[in-house]
Write a protein of this length. Structure first.
Length: 181
């Protein structure tokens, strides 16, 4: 199974714990995991003790660090009012700078063969966008796991892009062969 998750050990936090736990459990059900994750995730916590499943393949993909780029623009003198809320308006989320690299890495791995299904894990929502693009081309079953509501999320940082997220959410719900929360 190809798992698309921005966060994965050694990044800490709930998303990493969830995916690392799955990689330990999947072999009991006859699945091996290949996880495409961020090379240096923008994670507030690191946890080197988080284990992953034996035989799990981890593919690290780089990213264009959009948050850091916006911070540097402030440092270069771009007025703060021009950048206020800019991170919160990036679609589908501020982690989209990972998408081209993760998509390329996942596509290469799919071409190698041996993948029977795709699982995308949110939050952030970028893995679902990648999963949507890959599943159609690969003609593989795709499961989308939502840890948070996308378009109706009460988080004020998500509200500025909630309307545009509805179209992605609708496409994921229509196209995915399975949805879990």
């Amino acid at each position: 199974m190809l798992v698309l998750s921005y966060f994965f050990p050694p990044a800490g936090g709930v998303a990493s714990v969830r995916v690392s736990s799955w990689t330990r459990l999947l072999p009991e059900f006859g699945w091996e995991a290949t996880v495409v994750a961020a090379l240096s995730p923008d994670a507030p916590v690191r946890d080197a003790a988080l284990g992953i499943g034996e035989g799990t393949e981890a593919i690290r993909a780089g990213e264009i660090p959009l948050r850091r780029l916006l911070q540097r623009l402030k440092w270069l003198g771009v007025p703060a009012r021009a950048l206020d809320g800019a991170v919160d308006r990036i679609w589908p989320d501020p982690f989209v700078g990972w998408a081209p690299f993760a998509h390329a890495a996942a596509s290469r791995r799919l071409r190698e063969g041996g993948i029977d299904a795709i699982l995308s894990v949110s939050n952030p929502f970028t893995p679902h966008w990648i999963g949507l693009r890959l599943a159609g081309r690969a003609r593989l079953p795709w499961v989308a796991f939502f840890s948070d509501d996308m378009s109706r999320n009460p988080d004020p940082r998500i509200r500025p892009r909630a309307r545009s997220l509805r179209s992605l959410e609708r496409a994921v719900l229509e196209r995915a062969d399975g949805v879990a929360a």
